[in-house]
Design a protein around this ligand. Structure first.
Ligand SMILES: N[C@@H](CCC[C@H](N)C(=O)O)C(=O)O
Length: 273
């Protein structure tokens, strides 16, 4: 019988199961991830964060003593980065006494992500470089809406469509073309302007479906908006269905600030493999 301790947390209602696997002994399968993230049969979450010492991760060549955030989407797939996940991960490490704050460096598949807990409890993460791609990708949603989306790389792939997102049908996966633009899939954001440096968005996440927030998606949306408007560097407010975050852009680098909440600790018995 496999019985694992877990936590459950969220960042602007993008929610995660969190597991501690210090010495990489859990032997977690993709089926385990899917079951843990299942909202009816398991615990439920948009994704899973496994905390493992970086020395056990072959693709990590930085400080081996850091905590590595092994992020999985709810469908079991790996992703390079998760902006809301990093904030929740930092909150988890601090609450569990696994790191000391207010500054915590997190190793991810997209590289090092230095984070700081602010006086108001929010977590600010250095998200690294953001690259807005040339050209456009065609995106269409289930209700028949059509967009020319801007590709943006935030360590993971995004395509940002401009137009009021409220009425879009995101219960079914949007289509995008050409397929060669994103051979490993893409996260799709739909954004509208609310005011000066203030936008609202919805997102359809690769490996998950529509979620109530996506941290890397908010960064992609701000970078695409800045490029479109020819705006200078600065701080933007992004409304998502699950709350609000701040994104700062300066010299092609981004910082993401938002809440990180842990709501439960427990023990879970996994079904037999
Ligand atoms: N929700 C995350 C992004 C998670 C990964 C994404 N679905 C992908 O596959 O790239 C965030 O907050 O950034």
């Amino acid at each position: 019988m496999r019985r694992w301790r877990f936590s459950k947390g969220h960042g602007t209602q993008n929610d995660f199961v969190v597991l501690l696997d210090r010495e990489n002994t859990l032997d977690m399968s993709d089926d385990d991830v899917r079951w843990l993230c299942d909202r009816r049969a398991g615990i439920g979450g948009d994704g899973l964060l496994r905390a493992v010492r970086a020395r056990h991760v072959p693709e990590w060549d930085g400080d081996p003593d850091l905590w590595f955030m092994d992020y999985r989407n709810a469908d079991g797939s790996l992703a390079q980065m998760c902006g809301n996940g990093v904030r929740v991960f930092v909150r988890y490490l601090l609450d569990e006494g696994l790191a000391t704050g207010p500054d915590v460096d997190v190793a991810t598949r997209a590289g090092l992500r230095p984070a700081s807990v602010l006086a108001d409890g929010r977590v600010r993460v250095a998200m690294g470089p953001v690259a807005v791609g040339d050209g456009a990708v065609h995106v269409s949603t289930a209700d028949g809406s059509e967009f020319e989306a801007t590709p943006v790389d935030v360590g993971n792939p995004h395509a940002v469509s401009f137009g009021p997102p409220r009425a879009l049908d995101l219960t079914r996966p949007p289509a995008w073309a050409p397929a060669t633009a994103f051979p490993e899939g893409v996260n799709l954001e739909f954004v509208e302007t609310v005011g000066a440096r203030h936008v609202a968005m919805r997102v359809y996440e690769r490996g998950v479906g529509e979620t109530r927030s996506c941290g890397t998606g908010t960064v992609a949306v701000v970078a695409a908006s800045q490029a479109r408007d020819g705006d200078g560097d600065g701080t933007w407010t992004v409304d998502v269905p699950g709350g609000q975050v701040e994104v700062e852009l300066a010299d092609g680098q981004a910082w993401l600030t938002g809440p990180a909440v842990l709501v439960a600790y427990g023990e879970v018995t996994l079904p037999n493999a």
